[in-house]
Design a protein around this ligand. Structure first.
Ligand SMILES: [Zn+2]
Length: 439
């Protein structure tokens, strides 16, 4: 009898509780206004020490609003703290579960690539199945590539699109933060456009480069955010005092310098050391193999509508900073044409927050990739991670417009120069403008 109860308990734990979806009934998302450094410090301390509160955006600049989610038992504590420190907060979402329920999730039908529609979110298995089918449908130009492995033993699956030898490379990273669900479908949409679009600019973009595209570089985390905890951000490595490393704080570039934690319970835990995680380590090997042939690196996050450049200082790898700013601003102009979506362009310190150890910084510092951007996709401070599925297609379309424009600007301004040679890049940019004027 005892062993039966034990067996039932085990079955319950493994099939029931552990795989059960966590519900966010009556969870509230607050939008908090700060006015000074002191208030910011209060929120920073809270983020560092009290893991009941989920910081959807970090308190890294007093002029920026912060979004924080609190459970029904904890929200009074949060409000009390805010009142004590004269901070004003509005509610941006009441009962988060209601918004989660509106996130349409569809199943992909095997061998029908058209069944991935751009108005729903798809599971990891479905995204991987779609990638397989895309490769099968376009065997002359598309190849399945494995970017690395994960803690739970999965593969980081991507696609290489190549129209022939001798091309420079573009690398696209999606889904490193699990809960940022708009990232993988946007990256999948770029794949779709590169392979199917009849628009001449899109076709030229596809032809002129070799593309290495990975919609979900944190597959363990993404799967967990689908099946268990919607707001999971990190990978799924198990520690004795917490689970998961923020993979975008684990790259070997200014590791643990800013915006990261040493506590495994924190959402911004940087890991036990640079490249302590198999995901970042294995993916970095794939990238190193591309090496100096990588012309552009793009990573897709959400949210905030920002285009971020790595580093906030003027050290060597930043030498083409002004060019990168100009090119980025113009591309965001192209992004806004279709729906009027406004993006802010700037470096990570100016625009968003200080955070180091990200993929973008590593490729800039170690691979000297000339053009490196981090997109923070839609929206601003409305739905946050719970972007309504009807915005997936518009996000994909406007983002593709900007990617094509980035390529156009790179060619126009001759940013094929190496990242370390600012003067040369400036001269080439000037020459580009002069030539365009006369031709
Ligand atoms: Zn992110």
């Amino acid at each position: 009898m005892k062993s039966l109860i034990y067996a039932l308990l085990l079955a319950y734990l493994s099939n029931g509780v552990l795989s059960e979806k966590f519900r966010y009934d009556n969870y509230t998302v607050f939008r908090i206004h700060m006015e000074n450094e002191e208030q910011m410090k209060v929120l920073k301390d809270l983020q560092d020490t009290d893991f009941r509160f989920d910081f959807w955006t970090p308190p890294e600049h007093p002029s920026k609003l912060v979004q924080v989610m609190a459970g029904p038992e904890d929200k009074d504590d949060l409000q009390k703290l805010l009142t004590e420190h004269n901070m004003i907060a509005e509610i941006s979402m009441n009962n988060v579960q209601e918004f989660i329920d509106k996130q349409t999730i569809k199943r992909y039908t095997r061998n029908e690539i058209g069944s991935m529609t751009w108005n729903a979110y798809y599971s990891l298995e479905d995204i991987y199945a779609w990638l397989d089918d895309v490769v099968a449908q376009y065997p002359d130009v598309a190849t399945k590539v494995i970017g690395g492995q994960t803690y739970e033993g999965r593969e980081i699956v991507g696609i290489k699109i190549s129209h022939g030898p001798g091309k420079k490379n573009i690398f696209i990273e999606g889904g490193i933060h699990a809960r940022e669900w708009i990232s993988p479908p946007t990256v999948c949409f770029i794949i779709h456009e590169l392979l199917t679009s009849p628009v001449p600019e899109n076709m030229a973009a596809a032809r002129d480069f070799d593309w290495h595209i990975f919609p979900v570089v944190n597959p363990d985390g993404y799967k967990f955010s689908f099946e268990s905890q919607r707001f999971w951000r990190k990978n799924r490595r198990v520690f004795s005092n917490g689970i998961g490393v923020d993979l975008n704080r684990n790259w070997n570039s200014n590791w643990l310098v800013h915006g990261a934690s040493t506590n495994p319970s924190s959402d911004i835990y940087a890991g036990t050391g640079p490249f302590s995680e198999i995901e970042t380590r294995s993916l970095s090997r794939y990238m190193r193999a591309i090496g100096d042939q990588m012309q552009m690196f793009l990573t897709f996050h959400s949210y905030g509508q920002m285009l971020l450049l790595p580093f906030g200082n003027t050290s060597e790898p930043l030498a083409n900073y002004n060019e990168a700013m100009n090119i980025g601003r113009r591309a965001m102009g192209a992004l806004s044409v279709r729906y009027g979506t406004e993006y802010v362009t700037g470096n990570i310190v100016e625009v968003l927050y200080e955070a180091t150890g990200g993929t973008d910084e590593w490729v800039k510092e170690h691979l000297h990739v000339p053009i490196v951007y981090c997109y923070e996709l839609r929206d601003q401070l409305q739905y946050g991670f719970l972007l309504p599925p009807e915005q997936i297609l518009p996000t994909g379309l406007e983002t593709m417009d900007s990617v094509v424009d980035l390529i156009h600007q790179m060619k126009r301004f001759g940013t094929m120069a190496s990242a370390g040679v600012a003067g040369k890049a400036s001269m080439m940019m000037l020459l580009g403008i002069v030539m365009e004027y006369f031709l």
